[in-house]
Design a protein around this ligand. Structure first.
Ligand SMILES: C[S@@+](CC[C@H](N)C(=O)[O-])C[C@H]1O[C@@H](n2cnc3c(N)ncnc32)[C@H](O)[C@@H]1O
Length: 311
């Protein structure tokens, strides 16, 4: 199918949905994705030697499982908004404490964690500033926040593959319609600054194909294909694609597997920053000044909700 035919399989836009969906296929996709991208996501990962770590939006526990192997001195805690993902995480990472919760309203006390991380979460939430304000609350002074997040504007094939490009545009449009931000990676440093984190650094996480390393290229290509297809059900349900369109997409990926001269790249961003250790300034009357309120910050978790501390 040529690129000019593609608009006919794109549909109209309607209501919001979580783009990747849930269930066994997505569970396996998340686990495959974590393994494929681990050399990029966890290269020089800036965690100290041990402590208590919270992953927000931990999904089926794919990243926690890798951290349990690579960082055995950390006590691992995860939260996710999906019951089925939390159940899967219990099975895959029995050593971690995983709870169902909205990451913007955490059932944990202040200053409870030495590290808080996110991996591929913030693109899905309506207010990443409020969510990271909540992350800051549960982080101890001096604790580290590490966010590995997408910038979907960097996704490209060379030479261009029109079918894939148009699917990707529709994929991103769907995420924005659902209230997310598929370009959130480029905002991370500004958000950290707004929330008065310190020692703010960002790093380019580059997913780039190489014709010299064909096995790795095929694995990355399979990851990209599965990522795009993970949006199909939701895109069709919301009118961003039409039934039957996935077959054409799969055919393009099948063809590209043998065309090693076609290259692709996709860049994410890793934010690393710390919660400051210093106390707030003291006014003349000896009262500590409260930090300025953060716009959009949610109320604290309901103390009367009966939700137990999870460790
Ligand atoms: C793309 S998955 C990434 C999962 C995991 N971090 C990984 O890398 O495998 C995004 C996850 O964020 C979760 N999520 C979305 N909004 C959330 C929220 N407000 N609070 C907690 N989890 C949320 C979804 O249920 C999903 O499991």
């Amino acid at each position: 199918m040529s690129g000019t035919e593609w608009p006919h399989i794109l549909g109209r836009v309607s209501g919001p949905e979580y783009i990747h969906g849930f269930g066994a296929v997505e569970e396996q996709r998340l686990r495959d994705q974590a393994k494929t991208l681990a050399p990029v996501v966890f290269e020089d990962y800036p965690l100290p030697s041990g402590g208590r770590l919270l992953e927000l939006g931990c999904g089926v526990g794919a990243e926690l499982e890798l951290l349990a192997e690579s960082h055995p001195r950390w006590d691992l805690v995860g939260v996710d908004i999906s019951d089925s993902h939390v159940a899967a995480a219990h099975a895959h990472v029995p050593g971690a404490v995983v709870t169902r919760a909205d990451a913007a309203r955490l059932p944990f006390p202040d200053d409870a964690f030495d590290a808080v991380i996110t991996v591929w979460l913030l693109e899905h939430v309506p207010d990443p500033v409020a969510l990271l304000a909540e992350a800051r609350r549960v982080l101890r002074p001096g604790g580290v926040l590490i966010c590995s997040e997408v910038d979907n504007d960097t996704f490209r094939f060379t030479p261009d593959q029109p079918l894939i490009s148009q699917w990707w545009d529709s994929f991103c449009h769907h995420q924005m319609t659902a209230g997310g931000d598929p370009y959130v990676g480029r905002r991370l440093a500004r958000i950290a600054d707004l929330l008065a984190f310190v020692d703010i650094e960002t790093r380019d996480l580059a997913v780039v194909s190489s014709r010299e390393r064909s096995q790795e290229r095929d694995e990355l290509l399979a990851y990209v294909r599965d990522l795009l297809l993970s949006g199909a059900e939701s895109m069709i349900a919301t009118g961003h694609a039409v039934p039957g369109s996935t077959q054409a997409l799969e055919e393009v990926f099948d063809r590209l597997t043998g065309e090693s001269e076609v290259e692709f790249e996709y860049h994410a961003v890793r934010l690393t920053c710390r919660k400051p250790v210093s106390r707030p300034p003291v006014r003349d009357d000896g009262v500590a000044e409260a930090p300025p309120p953060v716009e959009g910050r949610p109320d604290r978790p309901d103390e009367d909700s009966g939700r137990p501390a999870q460790w």
